[in-house]
Design a protein around this ligand. Structure first.
Ligand code: TXA
Ligand code: MG
Length: 344
């Protein structure tokens, strides 16, 4: 049985944090909230603990983990060097939802990096994550605390649904804030590249890294694709998801036609709907799961994975959803996750 401990997210109980930190130091697996999603933590320098993470998640061994540390200084020992641009990004965005891929040092086990010459590092800002890292005084490798290929967990209940009995402890700090995984930027020597869009968007990064480029989530796989976790199909519900892209009117009309057609032939479908669309969609006679207001992308991001899990629980034959059109720093991250969820 997994031990679930509820804490105040802003002021986590010191005894619970101490127990979780001890568990990590001893090679145990502890899920904890970060500002993005829940992570499944393990001692990053303990190979056996890392192998347990892969086993618990049923994650392929060739998908490297992010190492979480309390401060930039704590990252020094894990990397060959910290380039100036990384220091500048750290000063601006850490603690926070930014992961930097840097050339690794020999201290980091191959199991963490999937044998790559680089390691992904992040300093999270969530008070629970910070308290845990400060108390444990070890680097903590933490992938999202979901079964491989399920939507990332934004609540302790999601972690429990996927990993109950497979991990030692869950520190339950309530719902996470951002709701989508961190931005991953590759600074290992080539052109600075956004490998995964997140809350820290291209424009924000460009102010400090003018030559940064972003790699499209749905771009064809090439030899240069260093990270299997970036495979298009990654953040997916079990139920097939159909995504309608383009401007609101066109996408909504197309989705409505499709919903009618599918319902007409007796398919049980569910529409994942923005608040603004719900009225229009309600007379279709299909099930609707409400996401949030499209004009509030932060709320859409925060609820997306929970909503995908709710859709899954309805056991429908398909989930229909229209992409976000609002212009906002979170827009490309939301579009990216929806495209991945829809990837065949
Ligand atoms: O917000 C987040 O980043 C969350 C929280 C828990 O911190 N973590 C998370 O971890 O999303 P995970 O394992 O689900 O995703 C890590 C991503 C994967 O796509 C992986 O391929 C990529 O980061 N990654 C890790 N190390 C890498 C490396 N050395 N080079 C390129 N990509 C790497
Ligand atoms: Mg993940």
């Amino acid at each position: 049985m997994t031990d679930v401990q509820r804490v105040d997210p802003a002021h986590p109980d010191a005894d619970v944090i101490a127990r979780a930190a001890e568990c990590l130091r001893a090679g145990g697996l502890v899920a904890f909230p970060t500002e993005t999603v829940y992570g499944l933590g393990a001692h990053a320098l303990d190979r056996a603990a890392i192998l347990r993470v892969f086993a618990a998640k049923e994650r392929p061994a060739n998908d490297p983990l992010i190492v979480h540390v309390a401060t930039l200084d704590a990252a020094e020992a894990l990397v060959e060097d910290i380039p100036r641009v990384a220091r500048e990004l750290a000063a601006r965005f850490w603690p926070g939802p930014l992961t930097m891929v840097l050339r690794r040092s020999a201290r980091v086990p191959d199991e963490v990096t999937a044998g790559l010459a680089t390691v992904a590092i992040r300093v999270p800002s969530h008070p629970v994550a910070r308290a845990l890292l400060e108390r444990a005084r070890i680097p903590v490798a933490a992938p999202s605390a979901n079964l491989f290929s399920r939507p990332s967990p934004t609540r302790a209940a999601h972690v429990l649904a996927d990993l109950n009995g497979r991990i030692d402890m869950i520190v339950d700090g309530g719902a996470t804030n951002v709701g989508l995984e961190s931005t991953v930027i590759d600074l290992a020597g080539g052109l600075p590249t956004i490998l995964r869009p997140g809350a820290i968007d291209l424009d924000a990064l460009r102010r400090l890294v003018p030559d940064v480029v972003s790699r499209r989530a749905t771009a064809p796989q090439t030899a240069a694709m260093t990270s299997p976790g970036m495979l298009p199909k990654h953040y997916s519900p079990k139920t097939p998801l159909v995504l309608y892209e383009g401007d609101r009117e066109t996408a909504l009309a197309e989705m409505t036609r499709d919903a009618r057609r599918r319902a007409g032939r007796g398919d049980s479908i569910v529409v994942l709907s923005y608040t603004e669309d719900a009225g229009e969609l309600s007379n279709l006679g299909v099930r609707i799961v409400e996401l949030a207001a499209e004009e509030n992308p932060a709320a859409v991001a925060a609820r997306l994975y929970a909503a995908l899990r709710e859709c899954d629980e309805l056991g429908a034959s398909a989930i229909l959803v229209r992409s976000v059109t609002t212009s906002h720093p979170l827009t490309s991250a939301i579009q990216d996750r929806l495209r991945r969820a829809a990837a065949p």
